[in-house]
Write a protein that binds this ligand. Structure first.
Ligand SMILES: [Zn+2]
Length: 156
């Protein structure tokens, strides 16, 4: 998928490092534009901890503005094609929670693939792209962050 070129992966890795130890979330449009989303999961958890048991440390929910922009894109000539989020310190896998979020009544909620970034100690290590195959979200591509690709991130 050429929307995930070197430059875009760097942007996404950098985003993932900057929100560590919380998850980042965002999406990529068909034309390759990377949109950094706002993860409001901790805000939801603060307001309704009984309903929203997860914080941004282990979950993500896009802001209303992000969700609106994404939904509008599906009716435009430049739709979102990839939704990304990061997994701090647990590896890049498609979790049950990720699947629940991606499905609506057993069918994909959005016509997109999902990129999950493995972040360890604020450094992106790898990323995996998952796509619905009719039964589950299967990994269709894996990206390794090599030394040339890695960016140094200084936590402030
Ligand atoms: Zn996840």
């Amino acid at each position: 998928m050429d929307t995930l070129n070197h430059e875009n992966l760097q942007r996404i890795y950098h985003h993932a490092g900057s929100t560590y130890p919380e998850e980042c979330c965002g999406f990529v449009f068909a034309d390759g534009t990377v949109h950094r989303g706002v993860n409001i999961q901790s805000e939801l958890n603060r307001r309704q901890p009984d309903i929203h048991t997860r914080t941004a440390a282990n979950g993500y929910t896009f802001s209303v503005a992000d969700t609106l922009a994404m939904n509008q894109s599906f009716r435009s000539s430049n739709p979102v094609t990839i939704i990304y989020h990061s997994h701090p310190d647990v590896g890049a896998y498609f979790s049950r929670e990720d699947e629940n979020k991606a499905l609506f009544m057993g069918k994909p909620a959005y016509p997109v693939a999902y990129l999950v970034v493995d972040v360890y100690k604020a450094q992106a290590r790898s990323a995996k792209l998952f796509q619905w195959n009719g039964k589950c979200f299967a990994c269709i591509q894996e990206f390794q962050v090599n030394e040339q690709d890695s960016t140094t991130h200084v936590r402030s």
